[in-house]
Design a protein around this ligand. Structure first.
Ligand code: NAD
Length: 480
């Protein structure tokens, strides 16, 4: 199976698709074999991309908001019209099942539509000074050249969630996607070109030297914004690098979501929510439910129904008919997940279903439910990023919030309860930027997505996502 015809394999710099001296082999996680090669940008290429974005900035920031909006709207329409082609690229390079890939394309395109609507809503205001002697005028201006670095797990949505608001605000960008999944990002850049984005406004560089490349770009003196999605480890490293030149940062980092089922929950709804919160994207989501806390009164009924649903999933090549769980993205991910499960089992956890890695698909791991996991098992501290659900039973309501808040991350939490007052009280106490209340999915382009604690800084999506690419400008006026 090869990439759809016309899929770009070069970097986009100043409106030109460029080959480079070397290439990176990109693997298909279902076969473990090379899918295709992509041009490998050197540090110098990345710096030229920053120069191009810098040169294009003045003209783009002065382009009418309505014109910027129309480019984004057109890109939304093209993405929807080409949903199937993009979905196939995502599945081939990343592994998720094709239905998840189609859903990702729809979700990703929606960021272009949402921010096309936001581009014409960049507000300012006009205030009277408390002394009454003069006026304070406040407006918003684009931050400047934005460096966008994205992970492999949502290769389309993580790119559009940044490009959309950046272009709407009047910023120009250099996108550095994960080199494991470059083709989706390049395909989106090509769509933006067709939608009318001028040369240099969107540049894409793929490199297998992300550390050196990102550091050099941050140090160029031309980048004013860093918007990063990825691991907490890399995010915190980049914050330190950005500090050197006081670069404005937004950070969407790792998660470790608790999924709490109270005894008054609708168990069928909780199982539906658990499947979504755990298994969307094969478990490789920052929002993935990572620890299931289930009240002892409903433990048996929840577990039985959940295990039945998890066991019914069909693991295979995400493109194949009837497959409902794709492989993990790499051999390294597969080994990491296997080690986490084996460790928990060695410490007394019981495998209720799954529990094994596969060779077909190449980087596969079975949908797995673990029971009798101890509250302090290391698997509860780590982001699993795979199809594994550890279940922990609880009795004490007061304890459970402290338990959920125990970890360093705070992206999202899920609460299932038939008592809205209790659920909202718990939602208030949970240390996470988002809470799913009787819902296993929180992502929505119209909602402010983001975390607290080690899960990040700032929000993406919603109006707040636009504000992240704007700076306040205050003019003191005096014409009395
Ligand atoms: P990662 O941190 O390894 O990589 C993310 C990006 O950073 C990639 O583009 C990568 O090439 C680049 N990178 C890697 N090392 C770098 C370095 N030393 N300097 C500069 N850039 C570097 O993350 P990943 O494994 O690709 O993605 C998985 C992680 O992303 C998980 O922790 C997941 O929770 C997180 N994530 C968070 C969100 C969110 O919105 N909060 C969304 C999706 C994924």
């Amino acid at each position: 199976m090869s990439l759809p015809d016309g899929t770009k394999r070069e970097n986009l710099i100043a409106g030109k698709w460029e080959k480079s001296g070397s290439t990176i082999d990109v693997l298909n996680p279902a076969t473990g074999k090379v899918l295709a090669s992509v041009a490998n940008a050197l540090v110098g290429d990345c710096l030229r991309a920053v120069d191009a974005a810098h040169d294009a900035f003045d003209s783009w920031r002065n382009t009418a908001p309505r014109a910027r909006a129309e480019v984004l709207r057109k890109a939304f329409e093209l993405m929807i019209a080409e949903q199937e082609r993009l979905a196939r690229i995502i599945t081939m390079e990343m592994g998720k099942v094709i239905t998840d890939a189609r859903a990702e394309v729809a979700y990703a395109a929606e960021f272009f539509r949402w921010f096309s609507e936001e581009a014409v809503r960049i507000e300012g205001d006009y205030r009277r000074a408390p002394s009454g002697a003069n006026w304070l005028m406040v407006s918003r201006q684009p931050v400047g050249v934005a460096l966008l670095a994205t992970p492999w797990n949502f290769p389309a949505a993580m790119a559009t969630r940044k490009i959309g608001p950046a272009l709407a605000a009047g910023c120009t960008v250099v996108l550095k996607p994960a080199h494991e999944t470059p083709f989706t990002a390049l395909a989106i850049a090509e769509i933006l070109e067709r939608a009318g984005v001028p040369s240099g406004v969107v540049n894409v560089v793929v490199t297998d030297q992300p550390g050196a490349a990102v550091e050099a770009m941050l140090d160029s003196g031309k980048v004013r914004k860093l918007s990063f999605t990825g691991s907490t480890r890399v995010g915190s490293l980049l914050l330190a690098q950005a500090a050197k030149r006081v670069i404005n940062c937004s950070m969407e980092l790792g998660g470790n979501a608790p999924f709490i089922v109270f005894e008054d929950a609708d168990i069928d709804a909780a199982v539906d929510g658990a499947m979504l919160a755990k298994m969307r994207n094969g478990g490789a989501a920052c929002t993935a439910a990572n620890r299931f806390y289930v009240h002892s009164n409903v433990l048996d009924s929840f577990t039985e129904k959940f295990v039945a649903r998890m066991s019914a999933l069909k693991l295979g090549d995400g493109l194949a008919e009837g497959v409902t769980l794709g492989p993990l993205m790499s051999r390294a991910q597969q080994e990491r997940v296997a080690n986490l499960v084996d460790g928990a089992v060695a410490r007394g956890a019981k495998v209720l279903c799954g529990g094994k890695a596969t060779n077909d698909p190449a980087f596969g791991y079975q949908a797995t439910v673990l029971a009798d996991v101890s509250k302090r098992d290391p698997i509860t501290d780590e982001e699993i990023f795979g199809p594994v659900a550890p279940i922990i039973s609880f009795d004490d309501h007061d304890d459970i919030v402290a338990e959920a808040n125990r970890v360093e991350h705070g992206l999202v939490s899920y609460v299932y309860s038939g008592n809205a007052a209790r659920a909202l009280r718990v939602a208030e106490q949970l240390e996470s930027g988002m809470v799913g209340f009787n819902r296993g999915l929180v992502s929505d382009p119209a909602a402010p997505f983001g975390g607290v604690k080690a899960s990040g800084l700032g929000r993406e999506g919603a109006h707040e996502g636009l504000l992240a690419f704007l700076e306040l400008k205050y003019v003191a006026g005096n014409w009395a």
